[in-house]
Ligand binder design. Sequence first.
Ligand code: G3P
Ligand code: CA
Length: 233
Amino acid sequence: LRTFSREVAIPSVLRIGHRGASGHAPENTLASIWKARSFHVDFIEVDVRETSDGHLVLLHDDTIDRTTNKSGTLADMTLEQVQRLDAGNWQRIPTLEEALDIAGQAIGVILELKVEGIGNEACAIVKRTGFSGPLIYASFLIAELHRVRQADPDARIMVLHHRRLPPDPIADVLALNAAYVGFHYSSITPALLQAYHDLGRQVFTYTVNERQDIQRMRELGVDGIVSDYPDRI
Ligand code: G3P
Ligand code: CA
């Protein structure tokens, strides 16, 4: 067992449901979060964006085209317009508050900040909802993570790396005092993993769906595996 906090003992590989459990239910919906909960995941990962009237909602793409019954750019739509969309299986696009409510105390949450300028509001919502489970702010947008760090000096932060790694993949992690780093599973190497572990950081890999890849990540010794099928981990 590895200890996440003083109170919670967790398995040595964290099981993380990607966009809920998006292999089983429409991604980034409440149904998908419920599905992940039913698999007793350690965390769900969800994508966060902002509507034109300043509400934070769950959506991966900058448009609604791929995942709903209409088309358009989310940032040009009000929450009311967004909530009329069908996100699959009669699901709506949920607000961040609704997602945190559904996750409850049962599972941890990784909030991936997909756009600049939402970190402060995300921190405020987390505080307002009283969410007290483990929560990690993740992003590829380093400037946004610095805003989170300013808003909440105690925030748990995860630096996400694209498949193509930056020249120094450790610098941002140190500058942000980030406890976590997220890699595409094809980019992580034993030497990099060891370097992060030597610094006391946890390494998560995304998005690992095939059973042989999940097995390979476990053998490599990563700390968390993000999957559309967390039930396979
Ligand atoms: O966990 C990180 C992963 O979700 C990043 O990729 O495109 O699925 O948001 P993406
Ligand atoms: Ca994501």
